[in-house]
Design a protein around this ligand. Structure first.
Ligand SMILES: C[S@@+](CC[C@H](N)C(=O)[O-])C[C@H]1O[C@@H](n2cnc3c(N)ncnc32)[C@H](O)[C@@H]1O
Length: 212
């Protein structure tokens, strides 16, 4: 099949390094035929990889940026996977997300956005994920975080300084602040997994009905 838009396809070198370790954390959390919403899909390479590895699931990629959405659509067209939906324009900050119905997602995934966006995006992520998830559903976030009582790796300290130089509203977040923000939205931190290159996977769970 002809490649209609090869130049639209973006490639993030970090995806090839982190996609397998993230899948190892994510996949066991997903029931058969799970519905997954990805916030800030970027190039779309995670979406395509995860959907290829788990052909039973439905993957909804999204991003706030038009060039990211063009890249996701171009990758999806090139790979022809039937379980990846066309990308949605979703700004995490928006008070309501462009989804058909609330509480329909088994999982929300957000990779490398929290530190490369203003804090309002994290607040919006937690609010929106809580609304999108079924009771008992999970939010997985991946990226570098600061942790109380844990020395920050020199590479993360340098990355934090660089981010703040680029945009003073960006920067590595304190894990405890992210946890409190999620809890305020009804998502409880259930697991913290150390990942390669001083990153973490955080898994939050929405309460099942009838339980606090
Ligand atoms: C560093 S990239 C990460 C992309 C991809 N998840 C990855 O790991 O390769 C950050 C992404 O966050 C998106 N983003 C930033 N602020 C956002 C917001 N408020 N809502 C949704 N996406 C946002 C950007 O457009 C960009 O695609």
């Amino acid at each position: 099949m002809a490649d209609l838009a090869p130049t639209a396809r973006l490639s993030a070198p970090s995806v090839a390094r982190n996609r397998e370790p993230i899948l190892a954390v994510l996949s066991p959390l997903l029931p058969r035929a799970a519905r997954v919403l990805e916030v800030a899909s970027g190039s779309g390479e995670h979406a395509l990889f995860f959907a290829r590895q788990r052909p039973d699931i439905f993957w909804q990629p999204t991003d706030a940026a038009p060039d990211a959405r063009a890249s996701i659509a171009a990758w999806a067209a090139a790979e022809g996977l039937s379980n990846v939906a066309p990308p949605l324009a979703l700004d995490a900050v928006a008070p309501s997300w462009p989804l058909d119905a609330p509480e329909t997602m088994d999982a929300v995934v957000c990779i490398n956005m929290i530190h490369i966006s203003p804090w309002a995006a994290t607040e919006g992520l937690m609010r929106g994920a809580a609304a999108a998830l079924k009771p008992g559903g999970v939010l997985l976030t991946y990226g570098p975080y600061l942790r109380a009582g844990v020395a920050t790796a020199p590479s993360n300290a340098a990355f934090d300084a660089d981010l703040r130089r680029r945009d003073p509203r960006w920067g590595l977040r304190q894990l405890e602040d992210v946890e409190a923000c999620a809890a305020a939205a009804g998502l409880m931190l259930a697991r913290v997994t150390d990942m390669p290159a001083n990153n973490l996977c955080l898994v939050f769970r929405k309460a099942t009905k009838g339980r606090s």
